[in-house]
Design a protein around this ligand. Structure first.
Ligand SMILES: Cc1cc2nc3c(=O)[nH]c(=O)nc-3n(C[C@H](O)[C@H](O)[C@H](O)COP(=O)(O)OP(=O)(O)OC[C@H]3O[C@@H](n4cnc5c(N)ncnc54)[C@H](O)[C@@H]3O)c2cc1C
Length: 420
């Protein structure tokens, strides 16, 4: 079996496939976890998901609970709950919508009063007038979890070849039979495409159009803050995850500009499908035409082509500073805490903001799992389990119909307004 991409989805898939007794090779253009999987916030969130995604998030959560024991590593797994805070009436209405979806799926989510918010996050600002809290949501450290899956996969005999970009998928008689790399071809009975941002270019080599566009977001890690909570928080103005060290992983709130789409030639190709999403998210998404356009064009025109590792994504420092300022405004005693680290990451976005998990594409025996829209860290253990199950048994325990590529046929894709 071949897996393309050693992010957390590829490494988890390889680990579970090896558990079914398959011989597996993972081909990675850069280093393990170097694209999205080491850059995530680390939220393992069930609440506020698209209704189709909630059953996956809930099943993934159950796997996370046993993952440190299963992989034999410290993942900083913390089952402390996640709070989505609201300030305005409109925020409260969205949280109530999300609560209905959560309840429909049997999640133990509840709306919190301001006092109850302060009980789970001592010192929370008075502006947080409503909150949606799911006590069995959790968080973990993305780089550790990805490396742990990779190490556990290797312990089961999986070969992970880093710095081995895949140039194309090979087919014979309508079936995926291997891949082409710079160091030669690899044959396989099945190919798993778990290449994140790189998935669309590879799918195109077998005539499949994957509507995936990169969206760049910034993250930072503070100096130790010592907040008296382990709860991860997503508020309108700032998000944070307390690490075991006391440092906070800091991201954007859900209001205000939180992500940037760097326009490339690929943006034009996807325009018809993505335009409604860009318009719907115009207040939180900024379109950029600049250095990434030139870099993308240069890669595509180079002899090595688009499969080469991507350059380090640009950090928009103004957004990092804004996130830090919002943290200090919410928790004035943290003012001046300072940042130890800052980075950016490219999220693989789809037009309807849910992933593409496709088993029935032509060619046969090509399984696609990409376009996780900033949710793939939480979902990865489950998605890896399902992909391995599909290859081993020909079926999966969960219905994945909502994630099929065919939903984009006809050029429309509907976003779910209830998802946060
Ligand atoms: C800033 C940020 C915050 C996030 N926060 C969260 C969060 O809190 N919770 C959550 O659940 N998710 C979060 N995510 C999303 C999460 O990180 C991703 O959904 C998840 O890591 C996807 O894993 P993956 O393995 O599919 O992709 P990736 O980690 O991107 O792995 C794909 C791999 O494929 C390789 N590849 C691509 N093309 C080729 C090729 N041609 N040949 C060989 N290899 C190739 C890449 O190099 C890469 O290593 C966040 C993401 C970002 C960027």
């Amino acid at each position: 079996m071949l897996v393309i991409g050693a992010g957390i989805v590829g490494c988890a898939t390889a680990y579970y496939l090896a558990g079914h007794g398959f011989r597996v090779t993972v081909l990675e253009r850069g280093a393990i976890g170097a694209e999205q999987s080491s850059r995530a916030w680390g939220f393992v969130r069930q609440q506020g998901r698209h209704p189709a995604e909630v059953p996956l998030a809930a099943a993934a959560n159950r796997l996370w609970r046993g993952l440190e024991a299963e992989l034999g590593q410290d993942l900083e797994w913390t089952a402390s709950g996640i709070l989505v805070a609201g300030e305005t009436e409109a925020d409260a209405a969205r949280l109530e919508d999300a609560l209905r979806t959560a309840r429909d799926h049997g999640l133990d989510s509840r709306l919190l009063t301001p006092d109850a918010i302060r009980a789970v996050v001592p010192g929370a600002p008075a502006a947080w007038r409503s909150g949606l809290f799911t006590a069995d949501d959790g968080h973990a450290e993305p780089a550790k979890a990805t490396q742990a899956f990779a190490a556990a996969a290797r312990a089961r005999g999986v070969v992970i070849a880093e710095r081995t970009p895949v140039r194309a998928i090979l087919t014979t008689g309508g079936r995926a039979t291997g891949v082409v790399t710079a160091v030669g071809t690899f044959g396989a009975d099945a190919v798993v495409l778990a290449a994140g941002i790189g998935a669309a270019d590879l799918a195109r080599t077998v005539g499949i159009d994957l509507p995936i566009q990169p969206v760049r977001a910034v993250v930072a890690e503070t100096n130790p803050a010592g907040l008296a909570t382990q709860v991860a928080v997503w508020s309108p103005r700032v998000a944070f995850r307390p690490r075991r060290s006391g440092r906070l992983v800091l991201g954007n709130g859900y209001r205000g500009i939180d992500a940037e789409h760097d326009l490339t030639l690929g943006s034009l190709r996807a325009l018809r499908l993505f335009l409604p999403t860009w318009v719907a998210n115009r207040r939180i998404l900024r379109l950029r035409l600049g250095a990434e356009f030139v870099a993308d064009l240069a890669r595509r025109l180079s002899a090595e082509g688009a499969c080469q590792p991507l350059a380090e994504p640009r950090v928009t420092h103004a957004l990092v500073r804004r996130n830090a300022a919002e943290l200090y405004a919410a928790f004035p005693h943290l003012s001046g805490l300072g940042l130890a680290r800052r980075w950016a990451g490219r999220i693989d976005a789809t037009p309807d903001l849910i992933p593409i998990i496709e088993f029935a594409a032509v060619p046969a025996n090509l399984l696609i799992a990409a376009g996780f829209n900033g949710h793939g860290f939480a979902l990865a253990p489950l998605v890896g389990t399902l992909l391995a199950e599909k290859i081993a048994k020909g079926r999966t325990a969960l219905d994945l119909h909502a994630f099929r590529l065919a939903r984009f046929r006809g050029g429309t894709a509907r976003q779910d307004q209830g998802a946060l």
